[in-house]
Design a protein around this ligand. Structure first.
Ligand SMILES: Nc1ncnc2c1ncn2[C@@H]1O[C@H](COP(=O)(O)OP(=O)(O)O)[C@@H](O)[C@H]1O
Ligand SMILES: [Mg+2]
Length: 311
């Protein structure tokens, strides 16, 4: 994988249109491309003119697309977590965790965690098979949470590892006084033997790996899409400020739908707000009023990006 592209921005600004166009253009230039939509309200296949199917679809020799089924990932995640918990905590055998699926799948954080897992898996699967991976993202709030998740997970793991170390220390003191029977023959007393500690280390490794990818400016390109309206511009500024907190910067600003007639802003207003984006490379894409869905303009749009993103 040479590059991974994320399209960010308010709903309706044109993320799917632009992500799809870039992917199609790159594949026409004979690069191998995988595009995935992780927006639960998918319309990538509609844009590409593909009838809905599950799993990756080979649209041409070097162009593969997939709409990720987030619900499926939530279920997979719950199943895996339940199996791990059963293995690591014997006393939980008494609780029927499967019966709690329906409650757990609506737990806070579950959707973004499932999406992050989906992202990890698709990057892992496709990084050695394609030149470019393009991600069409869900609305801002959810996507920001996904970007933040590896960092917050690492903070949690740091604390949890400290707690776990204390538990193991206590156990080992008990063994010293009472012998192994004092804690139970199969109860781990050191980090090397403890499955829970190993699981924490495993999660730590995974979070570091995905964080490294997200914050690698050479590989991972974040493209912010805005329109000529105040709300999308303000949301754009919010995205830039939030991502800056985890040292992630925007690589390209795309001002889409230039010339749209129902803009509520005067050119002056736009200039004033866009001024805040001054230090970021900028591409303007016109509003194609003749096309309901500007599929016929994919090559033109793709070309405009590639010039800025790859040169
Ligand atoms: N440059 C453009 N010119 C004309 N229509 C556009 C342009 N970009 C996007 N659109 C239209 O705007 C609407 C929203 O685009 P979409 O790509 O679905 O946005 P998002 O994925 O950000 O929600 C769609 O109807 C799309 O056809
Ligand atoms: Mg979309």
């Amino acid at each position: 994988m040479k590059k991974l592209f994320f399209f960010l921005g308010k709903g309706g600004v044109g993320k799917t249109t632009l992500a799809g166009s870039l992917a199609v253009y790159l594949s026409k230039c004979l690069s191998k491309v995988f595009i995935a939509s992780i927006d639960p309200a998918h319309n990538l296949f509609d844009f590409l003119g593909v009838s809905a199917k599950s799993g990756p679809i080979e649209i041409s020799d070097n162009f593969i697309a997939e709409e990720i089924d987030v619900d499926l990932y939530v279920k997979k995640l719950l199943k895996e977590s339940t199996q791990k918990m059963k293995k690591n905590y014997h006393y939980l055998q008494m609780i029927n965790l499967e019966n709690m699926f329906d409650v757990l799948k609506h737990s806070p954080g579950m959707e973004e965690y499932a999406m992050l897992c989906a992202l990890e898996e698709l990057i892992d699967t496709w990084k050695s098979q394609v030149d470019y991976i393009v991600i069409d993202t869900p609305p801002t709030g959810l996507m920001l949470k996904i970007f933040f998740l590896p960092k917050t997970t690492l903070l949690w793991i740091e604390k949890l590892k400290k707690f776990r170390k204390k538990i193991l220390e206590r156990r080992s003191q008990l063994v010293h006084i009472k012998g192994k029977q004092g804690v139970g023959e199969d109860v781990a007393c050191c980090e090397e033997e403890d499955r829970v500690f190993k699981e924490l280390e495993n999660q730590e490794k995974r979070s570091k790996e995905i964080l490294d990818i997200f914050s690698n400016p050479e590989i991972c390109k974040k493209i912010l899409v805005v329109n000529y309206d105040e709300l999308s511009l303000r949301e754009g500024i919010k995205i830039i400020n939030e991502l800056a907190q985890i040292d992630i910067s925007i690589d390209l600003l795309v001002c889409n739908k230039k010339g749209i007639t129902d803009s509520i802003l005067s050119d002056n207003d736009v200039e004033n707000i866009v001024d805040k984006f001054k230090s970021i490379k900028k591409v303007e894409i016109p509003f194609y009023r003749d096309y309901v869905t500007p599929r016929n303009k994919m090559i033109e749009i793709g070309k405009a990006f590639v010039k800025e993103l790859l040169c």
